[in-house]
Write a protein that binds this ligand. Structure first.
Ligand SMILES: [Fe+2]
Length: 196
């Protein structure tokens, strides 16, 4: 177990933290996450690239403690949709989170659990995005280089992926005319050709 009370330097380019646990998510781990199932199947036929990784520092401790992690999302797309994280609610719903952009160019999709209000916020180097409690959050890389960011959250937050598995996020981030745009999922799905 690492001692979190000491100075820990991280590598913002590689999103590495010494001795941190690393989770890697490849394309094959993200079935049902991207909006366009035809594009997903086609991309998997080409290979199974790394989509994102998260290095987390989550020592066992008191519930007043903080945890943190560095995420790295590779540049890429499935069809028109940019590479993204699965996204989650916090198991302890009131838990908020601070994201700090380190490198690259990103967008965060946010969605309140009860009101379903869905909105997006840019995630850029040296800027902060405040994710309120009760809010699902997903990070999307809309640039040509890896997107890296630091996330800091209450130790008791936990991660709940299951609640989003069926409904997914209401919005998608896709390329149109060479630029990223945020669209309603239903609107985007309706724009896809039916027979391909
Ligand atoms: Fe989170």
């Amino acid at each position: 177990m690492m001692d979190v009370s000491q100075l820990i330097s991280f590598d913002r380019i590689n999103a590495a933290i010494p001795n941190a646990a690393v989770v890697e998510r490849r394309l094959s781990h993200l079935r049902g996450v991207f909006a366009d199932p035809h594009a997903y199947a086609g991309a998997l036929e080409q290979g199974d690239p790394l989509v994102y990784s998260v290095a987390s520092v989550e020592p066992a401790g008191g519930e007043g403690d903080l945890h943190y992690g560095i995420g790295k999302i590779m540049p890429g797309r499935v069809g028109q949709e940019y590479f993204l994280t699965r996204g989650h609610f916090h198991q302890w719903r009131p838990a908020a989170e601070i994201y700090i952009g380190l490198t690259g160019s990103g967008v965060m999709l946010l969605e309140h659990e009860q009101t379903r209000r869905a909105y997006s916020v840019d995630l850029l180097p040296d800027s902060v995005v405040y994710v309120p409690g009760h809010t699902a959050h997903r990070t999307v890389n809309v640039g040509d280089a890896p997107l890296t960011y630091l996330g800091i959250y209450p130790a008791r937050a936990g991660h709940d992926y299951g609640a989003l598995e069926e409904r997914n996020f209401a919005q998608v981030v896709v390329v149109q005319d060479g630029r990223p745009v945020v669209l309603d999922r239903e609107h985007f799905l309706a724009s896809l050709p039916i027979l391909r």
